[in-house]
Design a protein around this ligand. Structure first.
Ligand SMILES: [Zn+2]
Length: 432
Protein backbone atom coordinates (compact mmCIF):
# COMPACT_ATOMS: atom_id res chain seq x y z
CA UNK A 1 0.00 0.00 0.00
CA UNK A 2 1.53 3.29 -1.11
CA UNK A 3 0.17 6.72 -0.20
CA UNK A 4 1.21 10.21 -1.14
CA UNK A 5 -0.01 12.66 1.47
CA UNK A 6 -0.09 16.11 -0.02
CA UNK A 7 -0.37 19.56 1.52
CA UNK A 8 0.56 18.64 5.08
CA UNK A 9 1.88 21.02 7.70
CA UNK A 10 4.06 18.74 9.78
CA UNK A 11 4.50 19.34 13.47
CA UNK A 12 6.58 17.24 15.80
CA UNK A 13 7.35 17.72 19.47
CA UNK A 14 9.90 14.94 19.09
CA UNK A 15 12.38 16.55 16.73
CA UNK A 16 11.13 20.15 16.75
CA UNK A 17 10.40 20.09 13.04
CA UNK A 18 7.56 21.98 11.40
CA UNK A 19 6.62 23.05 7.95
CA UNK A 20 4.65 22.51 4.78
CA UNK A 21 5.45 19.23 3.07
CA UNK A 22 4.21 16.19 1.21
CA UNK A 23 4.79 12.77 2.75
CA UNK A 24 5.32 9.52 0.87
CA UNK A 25 4.31 6.33 2.68
CA UNK A 26 5.24 2.85 1.52
CA UNK A 27 4.13 -0.13 3.59
CA UNK A 28 4.42 0.80 7.26
CA UNK A 29 7.13 3.45 6.81
CA UNK A 30 7.39 7.07 5.75
CA UNK A 31 9.72 6.87 2.75
CA UNK A 32 9.76 10.41 1.43
CA UNK A 33 9.27 14.00 2.52
CA UNK A 34 9.51 17.08 0.37
CA UNK A 35 7.70 19.86 -1.46
CA UNK A 36 5.51 19.06 -4.46
CA UNK A 37 6.32 15.33 -4.56
CA UNK A 38 5.02 13.74 -7.74
CA UNK A 39 2.79 10.67 -7.52
CA UNK A 40 4.36 7.34 -8.38
CA UNK A 41 2.64 4.46 -10.07
CA UNK A 42 0.12 2.67 -7.88
CA UNK A 43 0.19 5.40 -5.24
CA UNK A 44 -2.99 6.66 -3.63
CA UNK A 45 -2.89 10.47 -3.51
CA UNK A 46 -4.54 12.11 -0.51
CA UNK A 47 -4.67 15.90 -0.24
CA UNK A 48 -5.08 16.97 3.39
CA UNK A 49 -5.56 20.61 2.42
CA UNK A 50 -2.94 22.22 4.66
CA UNK A 51 -3.96 20.40 7.84
CA UNK A 52 -1.48 19.77 10.64
CA UNK A 53 0.04 16.30 10.83
CA UNK A 54 1.72 14.96 13.96
CA UNK A 55 3.16 11.51 14.72
CA UNK A 56 0.72 9.04 16.36
CA UNK A 57 0.81 9.44 20.14
CA UNK A 58 2.00 6.83 22.64
CA UNK A 59 0.28 6.10 25.95
CA UNK A 60 3.10 4.62 28.01
CA UNK A 61 1.09 3.11 30.89
CA UNK A 62 -2.56 2.24 31.13
CA UNK A 63 -5.07 -0.48 31.96
CA UNK A 64 -7.53 -1.05 29.13
CA UNK A 65 -9.63 -3.27 31.43
CA UNK A 66 -10.84 -0.14 33.18
CA UNK A 67 -12.57 1.08 29.99
CA UNK A 68 -15.84 -0.49 31.14
CA UNK A 69 -15.75 1.22 34.54
CA UNK A 70 -17.15 4.58 33.42
CA UNK A 71 -20.35 5.30 35.36
CA UNK A 72 -19.83 2.25 37.55
CA UNK A 73 -21.64 2.40 40.92
CA UNK A 74 -19.31 3.54 43.71
CA UNK A 75 -18.32 1.04 46.44
CA UNK A 76 -20.68 0.76 49.45
CA UNK A 77 -18.13 2.40 51.68
CA UNK A 78 -15.88 5.14 50.31
CA UNK A 79 -12.23 3.99 50.24
CA UNK A 80 -10.13 5.73 52.87
CA UNK A 81 -6.73 5.28 51.28
CA UNK A 82 -4.91 3.90 48.25
CA UNK A 83 -4.96 0.26 49.41
CA UNK A 84 -8.71 0.52 50.00
CA UNK A 85 -9.19 1.98 46.50
CA UNK A 86 -7.48 -1.12 45.15
CA UNK A 87 -9.41 -3.54 47.38
CA UNK A 88 -12.85 -2.00 47.04
CA UNK A 89 -12.72 -0.96 43.39
CA UNK A 90 -9.99 -2.23 41.07
CA UNK A 91 -9.33 -5.66 42.58
CA UNK A 92 -13.07 -6.34 42.56
CA UNK A 93 -13.29 -5.24 38.95
CA UNK A 94 -10.36 -7.33 37.76
CA UNK A 95 -11.70 -10.46 39.57
CA UNK A 96 -15.03 -9.98 37.77
CA UNK A 97 -13.47 -9.82 34.28
CA UNK A 98 -14.32 -12.71 31.98
CA UNK A 99 -13.10 -13.16 28.37
CA UNK A 100 -16.06 -11.22 26.95
CA UNK A 101 -15.48 -8.23 29.26
CA UNK A 102 -11.71 -8.30 28.58
CA UNK A 103 -12.30 -8.20 24.84
CA UNK A 104 -14.92 -5.45 24.91
CA UNK A 105 -12.96 -3.31 27.36
CA UNK A 106 -9.95 -3.47 25.02
CA UNK A 107 -12.10 -2.77 21.98
CA UNK A 108 -13.86 0.20 23.63
CA UNK A 109 -10.61 1.54 25.13
CA UNK A 110 -8.75 1.02 21.85
CA UNK A 111 -11.38 2.90 19.84
CA UNK A 112 -11.31 5.74 22.32
CA UNK A 113 -7.50 5.89 22.10
CA UNK A 114 -7.67 5.95 18.31
CA UNK A 115 -10.11 8.87 18.33
CA UNK A 116 -7.60 10.71 20.53
CA UNK A 117 -4.75 10.14 18.06
CA UNK A 118 -3.07 7.49 20.20
CA UNK A 119 -1.63 4.73 18.02
CA UNK A 120 0.44 2.82 20.60
CA UNK A 121 -0.78 1.64 24.00
CA UNK A 122 1.51 0.16 26.64
CA UNK A 123 -0.98 -1.80 28.70
CA UNK A 124 -0.87 -3.53 32.08
CA UNK A 125 -3.57 -6.19 32.34
CA UNK A 126 -5.08 -8.16 35.26
CA UNK A 127 -7.98 -10.64 35.21
CA UNK A 128 -7.28 -13.23 37.96
CA UNK A 129 -10.24 -15.42 36.98
CA UNK A 130 -9.41 -15.42 33.25
CA UNK A 131 -5.62 -15.38 32.94
CA UNK A 132 -4.66 -17.80 30.16
CA UNK A 133 -5.16 -16.22 26.75
CA UNK A 134 -6.25 -12.84 28.18
CA UNK A 135 -3.47 -10.98 26.34
CA UNK A 136 -4.57 -12.54 23.04
CA UNK A 137 -8.06 -11.11 23.58
CA UNK A 138 -6.59 -7.62 24.05
CA UNK A 139 -4.33 -8.13 21.02
CA UNK A 140 -7.29 -9.18 18.87
CA UNK A 141 -9.35 -6.15 19.96
CA UNK A 142 -6.50 -3.70 19.26
CA UNK A 143 -5.81 -5.39 15.92
CA UNK A 144 -9.44 -4.83 14.99
CA UNK A 145 -9.09 -1.15 15.84
CA UNK A 146 -5.76 -1.09 13.98
CA UNK A 147 -3.44 0.30 16.66
CA UNK A 148 -0.31 -1.08 18.35
CA UNK A 149 -0.08 -2.65 21.79
CA UNK A 150 2.74 -3.52 24.18
CA UNK A 151 1.00 -5.94 26.51
CA UNK A 152 1.74 -7.72 29.77
CA UNK A 153 -0.10 -9.64 32.47
CA UNK A 154 0.12 -8.33 36.03
CA UNK A 155 1.92 -10.96 38.15
CA UNK A 156 1.02 -10.71 41.84
CA UNK A 157 0.91 -12.90 44.95
CA UNK A 158 -2.51 -11.64 46.00
CA UNK A 159 -4.39 -14.54 44.34
CA UNK A 160 -2.05 -17.31 45.54
CA UNK A 161 0.78 -19.21 43.87
CA UNK A 162 -1.33 -20.94 41.23
CA UNK A 163 -2.57 -17.65 39.82
CA UNK A 164 0.88 -16.10 40.14
CA UNK A 165 2.34 -18.90 38.04
CA UNK A 166 -0.48 -18.64 35.49
CA UNK A 167 0.35 -14.92 35.19
CA UNK A 168 4.03 -15.67 34.64
CA UNK A 169 3.13 -18.22 31.94
CA UNK A 170 0.77 -15.76 30.22
CA UNK A 171 3.59 -13.20 30.01
CA UNK A 172 6.03 -15.76 28.62
CA UNK A 173 3.54 -17.04 26.09
CA UNK A 174 2.64 -13.58 24.83
CA UNK A 175 6.23 -12.28 24.70
CA UNK A 176 7.10 -15.28 22.55
CA UNK A 177 4.06 -15.09 20.27
CA UNK A 178 4.25 -11.31 19.71
CA UNK A 179 8.00 -11.06 19.08
CA UNK A 180 8.72 -9.85 15.58
CA UNK A 181 5.11 -8.94 14.77
CA UNK A 182 4.45 -5.53 13.27
CA UNK A 183 2.03 -4.24 15.89
CA UNK A 184 2.60 -6.07 19.18
CA UNK A 185 5.27 -6.61 21.82
CA UNK A 186 5.27 -8.18 25.26
CA UNK A 187 6.77 -7.13 28.58
CA UNK A 188 6.73 -8.98 31.91
CA UNK A 189 3.92 -7.49 33.97
CA UNK A 190 4.29 -7.22 37.74
CA UNK A 191 1.80 -5.51 40.03
CA UNK A 192 3.96 -3.76 42.61
CA UNK A 193 6.64 -4.59 45.16
CA UNK A 194 4.05 -4.66 47.97
CA UNK A 195 2.17 -7.63 46.46
CA UNK A 196 5.25 -9.58 45.33
CA UNK A 197 7.50 -11.85 47.38
CA UNK A 198 11.24 -12.06 46.78
CA UNK A 199 10.71 -15.30 44.83
CA UNK A 200 8.04 -13.73 42.62
CA UNK A 201 10.21 -10.71 41.81
CA UNK A 202 13.04 -13.08 40.99
CA UNK A 203 10.84 -15.08 38.58
CA UNK A 204 9.69 -11.88 36.80
CA UNK A 205 13.29 -10.73 36.35
CA UNK A 206 14.35 -14.19 35.15
CA UNK A 207 11.71 -14.23 32.40
CA UNK A 208 12.60 -10.66 31.39
CA UNK A 209 16.27 -11.66 31.09
CA UNK A 210 15.48 -14.85 29.21
CA UNK A 211 13.40 -13.02 26.59
CA UNK A 212 15.56 -9.88 26.57
CA UNK A 213 12.66 -7.68 27.58
CA UNK A 214 11.74 -5.59 30.64
CA UNK A 215 9.41 -5.62 33.63
CA UNK A 216 6.40 -3.27 33.62
CA UNK A 217 5.55 -2.52 37.26
CA UNK A 218 3.95 0.11 39.53
CA UNK A 219 6.60 1.68 41.75
CA UNK A 220 6.07 3.98 44.75
CA UNK A 221 2.62 4.99 43.56
CA UNK A 222 1.62 5.40 47.19
CA UNK A 223 3.66 5.51 50.41
CA UNK A 224 2.17 2.06 51.23
CA UNK A 225 4.56 0.54 48.64
CA UNK A 226 7.55 2.31 50.19
CA UNK A 227 6.61 1.33 53.77
CA UNK A 228 6.02 -2.29 52.77
CA UNK A 229 9.44 -2.52 51.12
CA UNK A 230 11.06 -1.10 54.28
CA UNK A 231 9.37 -3.83 56.30
CA UNK A 232 10.53 -6.52 53.91
CA UNK A 233 14.12 -5.31 53.58
CA UNK A 234 16.20 -2.72 55.39
CA UNK A 235 17.47 -1.31 52.10
CA UNK A 236 14.09 -0.02 50.91
CA UNK A 237 12.05 -0.13 47.72
CA UNK A 238 14.52 0.87 44.99
CA UNK A 239 17.29 -1.34 46.35
CA UNK A 240 14.82 -4.23 46.55
CA UNK A 241 13.89 -3.83 42.88
CA UNK A 242 17.52 -3.40 41.90
CA UNK A 243 18.58 -6.41 43.95
CA UNK A 244 16.21 -8.69 42.03
CA UNK A 245 17.20 -7.23 38.67
CA UNK A 246 13.88 -5.48 38.00
CA UNK A 247 15.48 -2.11 37.09
CA UNK A 248 16.93 -2.09 33.59
CA UNK A 249 16.95 -0.14 30.33
CA UNK A 250 14.09 -2.33 29.14
CA UNK A 251 11.91 -1.96 32.24
CA UNK A 252 8.99 0.43 32.69
CA UNK A 253 8.26 1.84 36.16
CA UNK A 254 4.87 3.55 36.47
CA UNK A 255 4.28 6.44 38.90
CA UNK A 256 7.49 6.75 41.03
CA UNK A 257 5.76 9.35 43.22
CA UNK A 258 7.48 8.68 46.55
CA UNK A 259 11.13 7.90 45.88
CA UNK A 260 14.16 9.61 47.40
CA UNK A 261 16.38 11.90 45.33
CA UNK A 262 19.09 9.24 45.24
CA UNK A 263 16.52 6.76 43.88
CA UNK A 264 15.75 9.00 40.90
CA UNK A 265 19.50 9.19 40.26
CA UNK A 266 19.66 5.39 40.44
CA UNK A 267 16.80 5.15 37.92
CA UNK A 268 18.69 7.46 35.58
CA UNK A 269 21.85 5.38 36.00
CA UNK A 270 20.05 2.10 35.22
CA UNK A 271 18.22 3.64 32.25
CA UNK A 272 14.85 2.42 33.57
CA UNK A 273 11.83 4.15 31.98
CA UNK A 274 9.67 6.16 34.37
CA UNK A 275 6.05 6.89 33.51
CA UNK A 276 4.17 9.91 34.86
CA UNK A 277 0.38 9.52 35.31
CA UNK A 278 -0.82 12.90 36.61
CA UNK A 279 -4.60 12.40 36.30
CA UNK A 280 -4.47 9.06 38.11
CA UNK A 281 -2.18 10.43 40.85
CA UNK A 282 -4.61 13.29 41.46
CA UNK A 283 -7.68 11.04 41.32
CA UNK A 284 -6.25 8.58 43.86
CA UNK A 285 -4.81 11.35 46.03
CA UNK A 286 -1.45 9.57 46.20
CA UNK A 287 0.68 12.72 46.11
CA UNK A 288 2.59 14.97 43.71
CA UNK A 289 5.17 13.15 41.58
CA UNK A 290 8.44 15.14 41.54
CA UNK A 291 8.61 15.25 37.74
CA UNK A 292 11.55 17.67 37.91
CA UNK A 293 13.60 14.79 39.37
CA UNK A 294 12.50 12.21 36.80
CA UNK A 295 15.26 10.89 34.52
CA UNK A 296 15.47 11.79 30.84
CA UNK A 297 13.99 8.40 30.00
CA UNK A 298 10.48 9.31 31.15
CA UNK A 299 7.13 9.30 29.39
CA UNK A 300 3.44 9.96 29.98
CA UNK A 301 0.66 7.46 30.68
CA UNK A 302 -3.06 7.62 31.44
CA UNK A 303 -3.26 4.74 33.97
CA UNK A 304 -6.82 3.65 33.25
CA UNK A 305 -8.16 7.02 32.14
CA UNK A 306 -8.98 7.23 28.41
CA UNK A 307 -5.75 7.25 26.37
CA UNK A 308 -6.13 10.96 25.57
CA UNK A 309 -2.57 12.23 25.63
CA UNK A 310 -3.61 15.84 24.98
CA UNK A 311 -5.67 15.81 28.16
CA UNK A 312 -3.03 13.96 30.16
CA UNK A 313 -0.31 16.40 29.05
CA UNK A 314 -2.49 19.39 29.90
CA UNK A 315 -3.30 18.06 33.37
CA UNK A 316 0.37 17.20 33.93
CA UNK A 317 1.35 20.71 32.97
CA UNK A 318 -1.18 22.33 35.32
CA UNK A 319 -0.07 20.11 38.19
CA UNK A 320 3.61 20.99 37.61
CA UNK A 321 2.77 24.66 37.24
CA UNK A 322 0.83 24.61 40.50
CA UNK A 323 3.85 23.06 42.21
CA UNK A 324 6.08 25.72 40.64
CA UNK A 325 8.18 22.93 39.09
CA UNK A 326 8.67 21.92 35.50
CA UNK A 327 7.55 23.95 32.51
CA UNK A 328 5.91 23.20 29.20
CA UNK A 329 9.15 21.75 27.86
CA UNK A 330 9.19 19.06 30.52
CA UNK A 331 5.68 17.85 29.72
CA UNK A 332 6.36 17.96 25.96
CA UNK A 333 9.50 15.96 26.74
CA UNK A 334 7.34 13.30 28.38
CA UNK A 335 5.12 13.07 25.27
CA UNK A 336 8.26 12.70 23.15
CA UNK A 337 9.55 10.16 25.68
CA UNK A 338 6.67 7.87 24.69
CA UNK A 339 7.96 7.91 21.11
CA UNK A 340 11.49 7.07 22.23
CA UNK A 341 10.20 4.22 24.39
CA UNK A 342 8.10 2.84 21.51
CA UNK A 343 11.12 3.11 19.20
CA UNK A 344 13.15 0.94 21.59
CA UNK A 345 10.35 -1.60 21.97
CA UNK A 346 9.68 -1.92 18.23
CA UNK A 347 13.23 -1.29 16.99
CA UNK A 348 12.08 1.42 14.55
CA UNK A 349 11.93 5.25 14.70
CA UNK A 350 8.70 6.69 16.16
CA UNK A 351 7.71 10.31 16.76
CA UNK A 352 9.10 11.78 13.59
CA UNK A 353 7.75 12.51 10.12
CA UNK A 354 11.12 12.03 8.48
CA UNK A 355 11.78 9.22 5.98
CA UNK A 356 12.53 5.95 7.77
CA UNK A 357 10.03 6.58 10.59
CA UNK A 358 6.98 4.40 11.17
CA UNK A 359 3.91 5.66 9.31
CA UNK A 360 1.84 6.33 12.44
CA UNK A 361 0.40 9.80 12.04
CA UNK A 362 -2.52 12.00 13.01
CA UNK A 363 -4.21 14.55 10.75
CA UNK A 364 -5.58 17.43 12.83
CA UNK A 365 -8.40 19.76 11.96
CA UNK A 366 -6.96 22.72 13.85
CA UNK A 367 -7.10 26.35 12.85
CA UNK A 368 -4.64 28.22 15.05
CA UNK A 369 -5.61 31.80 15.80
CA UNK A 370 -2.01 32.68 16.61
CA UNK A 371 1.26 31.90 14.78
CA UNK A 372 2.33 28.26 15.02
CA UNK A 373 5.87 27.09 14.28
CA UNK A 374 8.43 24.59 15.55
CA UNK A 375 9.49 26.74 18.50
CA UNK A 376 5.99 27.24 19.94
CA UNK A 377 4.45 23.85 19.07
CA UNK A 378 4.36 22.94 22.79
CA UNK A 379 2.12 25.90 23.56
CA UNK A 380 -0.35 24.85 20.87
CA UNK A 381 -0.18 21.22 21.98
CA UNK A 382 -1.02 22.11 25.59
CA UNK A 383 -3.52 24.94 25.10
CA UNK A 384 -4.97 24.56 21.60
CA UNK A 385 -4.97 21.02 20.32
CA UNK A 386 -7.18 18.31 21.74
CA UNK A 387 -8.74 14.99 20.83
CA UNK A 388 -11.54 16.98 19.15
CA UNK A 389 -8.94 18.12 16.57
CA UNK A 390 -8.23 14.52 15.53
CA UNK A 391 -9.73 13.99 12.08
CA UNK A 392 -7.85 11.06 10.55
CA UNK A 393 -5.27 8.60 11.85
CA UNK A 394 -2.84 6.33 10.02
CA UNK A 395 -1.16 3.43 11.84
CA UNK A 396 1.45 1.27 10.16
CA UNK A 397 0.68 2.90 6.81
CA UNK A 398 -3.08 2.16 6.94
CA UNK A 399 -5.88 4.67 7.53
CA UNK A 400 -7.50 3.41 10.74
CA UNK A 401 -9.55 6.57 11.28
CA UNK A 402 -10.67 8.47 8.23
CA UNK A 403 -12.57 11.72 8.48
CA UNK A 404 -13.70 10.86 12.02
CA UNK A 405 -15.03 7.39 11.23
CA UNK A 406 -13.40 3.99 11.60
CA UNK A 407 -13.39 2.12 8.29
CA UNK A 408 -14.78 -1.40 8.56
CA UNK A 409 -16.00 -1.13 12.16
CA UNK A 410 -19.60 -0.74 13.25
CA UNK A 411 -19.03 1.46 16.27
CA UNK A 412 -22.68 1.58 17.26
CA UNK A 413 -22.90 -2.19 17.60
CA UNK A 414 -19.58 -2.27 19.45
CA UNK A 415 -20.81 0.40 21.90
CA UNK A 416 -24.02 -1.57 22.51
CA UNK A 417 -22.12 -4.81 23.16
CA UNK A 418 -19.54 -3.06 25.34
CA UNK A 419 -22.33 -1.51 27.38
CA UNK A 420 -23.93 -4.94 27.91
CA UNK A 421 -20.56 -6.39 28.93
CA UNK A 422 -20.13 -3.49 31.38
CA UNK A 423 -23.55 -4.08 32.97
CA UNK A 424 -22.71 -7.78 33.48
CA UNK A 425 -19.30 -6.83 34.86
CA UNK A 426 -20.76 -4.39 37.41
CA UNK A 427 -23.27 -7.01 38.55
CA UNK A 428 -20.53 -9.62 38.91
CA UNK A 429 -18.41 -7.21 40.92
CA UNK A 430 -21.00 -7.34 43.68
CA UNK A 431 -20.54 -11.10 43.86
CA UNK A 432 -16.73 -11.45 43.91
ZN1 LIG B 1 -1.36 1.52 36.62
Amino acid sequence: MKTLLRNCVSLSLGDGSAGACDLRIDGDLITGRGRALQPEEGEEVVDVGGRFVIPGLVCAHTHLYSALSRGMPPPDRAPGDFREILRRVWWKLDRALDPDAIYYSALAGGLEALRCGTTTIIDHHASPNAIAGSLDLIRDALAEVGIRGVLCYEVTDRGGLKRRDAGLRENERFIESSAGTAAFRGLVGAHASFTLSDASLERCAEIAREYRTGVHIHVAEDMADVRDARRRSRTGLMRRLEHFGISSRRSVFAHCVHLREEDYRALAASGTWVIHNPRSNMNNGVGHAPVHLFPRRSALGTDGFPADMFEEARTGYFRSAEDGKGGRGRIAGLVAGGWRLAAELYGKPFGSLEPGSVADLVVLDYRPQTPLHASNAEGHFLFGLGSNSVESVMAGGTWVLWNRSVPGLDEETIARRASKAAARLWKKMREV
